[in-house]
Design a protein around this ligand. Structure first.
Ligand code: GTP
Ligand code: MG
Length: 199
């Protein structure tokens, strides 16, 4: 059964200091550096203004945020990385929170890595890519903020990012809505499988 993306709600923020009391459901993760547009993408997918808090000041979210998608799946907003002004301790907390999340052994169906369509991937993007690839989950890359590029710039950006990551990068904009249907289709698809084994 398809997910109704009009039906979403925020579930919980997990800070890693206690167990996660949340039933297992198919999960789709959103990862990417601070300010790349993870929360904006989640809002766009669910057609909501401020389901996930967005901010012009990066590095706000240092928790793993869970959103219920139509009672069928969880969308997981991972804390952003690469926020330069973060202290060493905060960076350490960020890393251990991500590790702890993966140790929960959730029903992870897919990881979506967001990168900025306007720039080459950062060193941290590449580190994150390598880390996530090592987890061996289904994986895709979306390039955000495409509304800020001209058609030619966009074409060049997507082809260079696709080459860099060895995967077809999905252009996305939470302003124009480009890529929304594609991301929804991916979420629907990966969350369908093994549906009958859930309970
Ligand atoms: P953290 O929670 O800090 O990790 O950041 P985030 O990845 O969730 O980014 P967020 O969605 O909060 O967006 C950061 C800023 O970029 C906000 O000012 C957004 O309005 C802006 N932004 C996000 N997506 C887009 C987009 O597709 N186009 C444009 N023009 N701006 C965007
Ligand atoms: Mg965010």
């Amino acid at each position: 059964m398809n997910i109704n993306f009009q039906k979403a709600e925020f579930v919980t923020s997990w800070f890693g200091n206690s167990g996660l009391k949340l039933e297992k459901r198919p999960e789709v993760l959103f990862a990417g550096r601070s300010n790349v547009g993870k929360s904006s993408m989640i809002n766009k997918i669910f057609n909501r203004k401020s389901l996930a808090k967005t901010s012009q000041k990066p590095g706000k979210t240092i928790s793993v945020n869970f959103f219920d998608a139509d009672g069928k799946a969880f969308i997981v907003d991972l804390p952003g990385y690469g926020y330069a002004e973060r202290s060493k301790e905060q960076r350490h907390n960020w890393g251990s929170l991500i590790d702890k999340y993966f140790e929960l052994d959730r029903d992870i169906r897919m990881i979506i890595l967001l990168v900025d369509s306007r720039h080459e991937p950062t060193e941290n993007d590449i580190l994150m890519y390598d880390y996530l690839m090592s987890k061996e989950y289904l994986f895709c890359v979306a390039a955000t903020k495409t509304d800020k590029l001209s058609a030619t710039q966009l074409k060049n950006s997507i082809s260079s990012l696709s080459e860099r990551f060895g995967i077809n990068v999905i252009p996305f904009s939470s302003v124009s809505g480009q890529g929304v249907e594609e991301i929804r289709a991916i979420i629907n698809d990966v969350c369908q499988k093994e549906e009958n084994n859930e309970e």
